[in-house]
Design a protein around this ligand. Structure first.
Ligand code: GDP
Ligand code: GDP
Length: 436
């Protein structure tokens, strides 16, 4: 499950976020001429010639109130902490600058391989004009144009060549889960309380991510769990650890390594934008999700409190309609004992496989109850369905024309699957294919 990580570093405006978008293959972060513009996406997964990897745009992690040089230093240190390969980006338009040299100084101190890329080499002359950059001491500079897309293949070849040799991780059938949420929602308290409830404890194991320490435990039924370490749980005392963007980055990396994600909310404070951000990532990544409302002890409750809160969550997290909600208190230990069992159930649901024959009975019933729609005079025909993957359960439905399977009917089919089988806590992916 763990894959190499690439971090892009360089002074502002060299084109880090443009390169990030180019590598990730979508236009997901906003490019702007103003240095310091807020950019959202700083972490994503990508692939080159069969090598999956994660990419971080360290330029998106800004530590407010810090002078420019300190920002650059922190970003380079984040790259050193988090990445297996660092792309050091400079600009053909400006030659070697003082700020470039400062970045180089920091990168010298680490053993992490560095690939030097000269961006904005948009034309043949500029591509010739890269020799100055040898002075930075990172070997052959690779000319690229992130805007035009030239040189990106050569850059990716160089990056992949520096990936660490694949390690055979020991076979491990524990369920991996993480607790994700804003600072102060009570993640650390929950971690300690959950572990405190377990009789058979508990060993720290080296995580695959740098500096991560995972914790293993076994519940009463003999099921093994691995709790994935996340930001906020074990601080190393670095300045950037208090920034929101860094916390989000660590959360996303923990989600990548998890089977099941516990999205922790604070009953006292309700739901904030930031809660949705990481939850959305877990959803997109196809992870099992449980919504945990902590600090339930702090509310004055009447008979409506729980259903009101449930409604609020269902409204704010519309796309998480499949996620179970549990109201707990790390302080009083209320309902904490149900968590391991829930995690186990969600993990089983994520791994559930349905026989094609059973699946097609459900499909047949669904289509006879709610006939397929007609779009622009053409009727959708649904022939059969088969499950092609687990984690998350992924189904291919064969149809006469995939364009006719609109969102609403797709949603209807997914709901029929949820009615027929227990997929609580897991997203379901449905792919339409044209029957040949
Ligand atoms: P960052 O601050 O390092 O993330 O830089 P940005 O990605 O925000 O880019 C800064 C500016 O450089 C933007 O105006 C981009 O359009 C421009 N830029 C990025 N890559 C290229 C390139 O390959 N060629 C040229 N000519 N401009 C580029
Ligand atoms: P984290 O930043 O998400 O790891 O949050 P912490 O676990 O450090 O908790 C933040 C604060 O909330 C601490 O003062 C905790 O004692 C308090 N806290 C955590 N869980 C609960 C709870 O269930 N009830 C109450 N009343 N306070 C809690």
């Amino acid at each position: 499950m763990s894959q190499p990580t690439v971090a892009i570093v360089g002074r502002p405006n060299v084109g880090k976020s443009t390169l990030f978008n180019r590598i990730v293959g979508e236009r997901i972060s906003i490019v702007n001429d103003t240095p310091g513009v807020t950019r959202d996406r700083i972490y994503a997964n990508s692939e080159w010639l069969g090598h999956p990897f994660s990419v971080i745009d360290t330029g998106g992690i800004e530590i407010s109130d810090e002078p420019f040089v300190d920002q650059i230093r922190d970003q380079a240190e984040i790259a050193i902490d988090e990445a297996d390969v660092i792309v050091f980006l400079v600009s053909a338009h400006s030659g070697v600058t003082d700020a470039d040299e400062q970045v180089a100084q920091i990168l010298y101190r680490s053993d992490t391989p560095v690939v030097l890329a000269v961006n904005k080499a948009d034309n043949p002359e500029q591509r010739q004009d890269i020799y100055d950059f040898y002075s930075l001491g990172f070997g052959d500079p690779i000319p690229v144009s992130s805007v035009h897309g030239t040189g990106i293949g050569d850059l990716l070849d160089a990056i992949v060549a520096d990936f660490p040799a694949e390690q055979d991780e020991p076979e491990d059938d524990s369920i991996k889960f993480s607790l994700i949420g804003r600072p102060n929602v009570g993640k650390s308290s929950l971690v300690n309380a959950i572990l405190g409830e377990q009789r058979v404890i508990v060993s720290d194991v080296e995580g695959t991510t740098r500096d991560a320490i995972d914790t293993k435990f076994t519940d009463e039924s003999g099921q093994d769990f691995t709790m994935i370490d996340t930001a906020g749980l074990r601080k190393r005392g670095k300045v950037y650890e208090n920034t929101e963007k860094y916390a989000v980055l660590r959360a996303m990396r923990a989600i990548d390594r998890s089977d099941v994600v516990l999205v922790v909310l604070n009953a006292e404070e309700g739901i904030r934008e930031q809660d949705k951000h990481v939850a959305g990532y877990a959803h997109e990544a196809g992870r099992g999700i449980i919504i945990v409302v902590n600090k339930w002890d702090t509310l004055e409750k009447d008979t409506h409190t729980m259903s009101d809160f449930t409604n609020l969550i269902r409204k704010e997290f519309e796309y998480l309609d499949y996620a179970p909600i549990v109201f707990v208190s790390a302080k009083t230990k209320q309902r904490l004992n149900v968590l391991p069992e829930m995690i186990k159930t969600v993990s089983e649901n994520q791994n559930r496989r349905i026989q094609s024959s059973v699946l097609n009975d459900v499909l047949l019933d669904a289509v006879s109850v709610t006939p397929t729609p007609t779009v622009r005079g053409k009727r959708l025909r649904v022939y059969y369905m088969t499950q092609v993957a687990v984690k998350p359960p992924t189904f291919v439905v064969f149809v006469n024309d995939p364009d006719l399977l609109h969102f609403s009917y797709q949603r209807f089919l997914i709901n029929q699957l949820r009615k027929a089988f227990d997929f609580t806590g897991t997203p379901i992916h449905l792919i339409a294919r044209k029957r040949k």
